[in-house]
Ligand binder design. Structure first.
Ligand code: SAM
Ligand code: SF4
Ligand code: FES
Length: 330
């Protein structure tokens, strides 16, 4: 365990990187073992009412061709993913009000009939919505805090409220979800000190899952002139998160691989134990354009499954056949 000042020092000191990555890898192995959990990701709508400055799905972006996948088609992807061996599905979208509480409950109930763990990542909703989704069978919820620097949060998220984001995380915890959060690394004017605070925040809320990704500059957003986040720094934030929260689930994120062709494997060897391959067909992948050069946009679900399985085996790790709930030793 590190104190805030140690975290800051490690983040600033490039000479400690290799030591940090191997320590995180060892802590991962000792606490969650060599199994990697694969989560099948269904990006079911790229329509969003928000205007997060970094994201290509933000509502003012007119250059994105918008889509919604309706229940029946969504279930086809879910069934196909289960056939391929996925034990967890993740439903992700923009904040799309078309998917009312009622519509989501219907979808959740149908998916739960497939005997899978279900994660939702559909943004800020009311306590009542989260409660209805939980009662319908949802197991986990991902909502990144993005940054704990309140001023930066305000600058990045017009018309959104940091306190409401925290309220969502608290509500989800209270309702018994496994709670996933995380942050972006490399946002304009983000400080190393605030990244240390992000890690301490994950610890404070006792997160079950933490996803960390570099900011990737999107030419269709107001942040188009800012540089991408740094791969190594993102990896360091991730490794420190593993050390501070030894038994949680940590994904090797798609954004890491977008910045480094071997990014997910490097992440899996520096503290991560989860990968989230896309299980929708090519038609939608390119349209879920959060940032440019996203990986796998011309692939299909089988190709991604085979590709990731081969990569995982090549580093001597195995694929879990369980649901992959967090805190395995409890
Ligand atoms: N709308 C939901 C939400 O915001 O929680 C889920 C979908 S959103 C596209 C998923 C994540 O994408 C966000 O939490 C954010 O961290 C990440 N993201 C958005 N734009 C990005 C960018 N330009 N670079 C890297 N990650 C980005
Ligand atoms: Fe919408 Fe999520 Fe993108 Fe923000 S990050 S614009 S909420 S899809
Ligand atoms: Fe999609 Fe490798 S995971 S092609």
């Amino acid at each position: 365990m590190f104190a805030r000042k140690d975290i800051i020092e490690i983040l600033k000191d490039e000479s400690k990187n290799e030591w940090l990555f191997s320590l995180a890898d060892k802590i991962r192995k000792d606490n969650v073992g060599d199994e990697i959990h694969l989560r099948g990701l269904i990006e079911f709508s790229n329509i969003c009412k928000c205007s997060c400055k970094y994201c290509g799905l933000r509502s003012p972006n007119k250059e994105v061709s918008r889509y919604r996948i309706l229940k029946d088609e969504l279930l086809e992807y879910a069934k196909n993913a289960v056939k391929m061996g996925y034990k967890t599905l993740v439903l992700q979208s923009g904040e799309d009000e078309f998917y009312t509480q009622e519509k989501m409950v219907e979808i959740i109930k149908e998916i739960k009939k497939l005997d899978v763990a279900l994660t939702l990542s559909i943004g800020e909703r009311s306590y009542e919505d989260y409660q209805a989704f939980k009662e319908a069978g949802a197991d986990r919820y991902l909502i990144r805090i993005e940054t704990t620097d309140r001023q930066l949060y305000k600058n990045m998220h017009p018309n959104m409220d940091f306190n409401n984001r925290v309220r969502c995380l608290k509500d989800l915890r209270k309702l018994g979800y496994e709670v996933g959060t995380g942050c972006l690394v490399g946002l304009p004017n983000q400080t190393i000190e605030s990244l240390a605070d992000d890690i301490l925040f994950f610890k404070e809320i006792n997160a079950d899952m933490v996803g960390i990704g570099p900011f990737i500059s999107n030419p269709q957003t107001p942040l188009k002139n800012y540089p991408n986040g740094n791969f190594e720094l993102s990896l360091k934030v991730m490794a420190l998160t593993r050390i501070m929260l030894p038994d949680i689930n940590i994904p090797a994120t798609t954004a890491m691989e977008t910045l480094n062709p071997n990014g997910r494997i490097i992440a899996l060897q520096s503290g991560a134990n989860v990968v989230m391959p896309n299980v929708t067909t090519t038609e939608y992948r390119a349209k879920y354009k959060i940032y440019p050069n996203k990986i796998c946009i011309t692939e299909n679900p089988d190709k991604c499954r085979n590709c990731i399985e081969a990569k995982i085996k090549s580093i001597g790790r195995t694929i879990s056949t369980g649901y992959g709930f967090s805190h395995p030793k409890q």
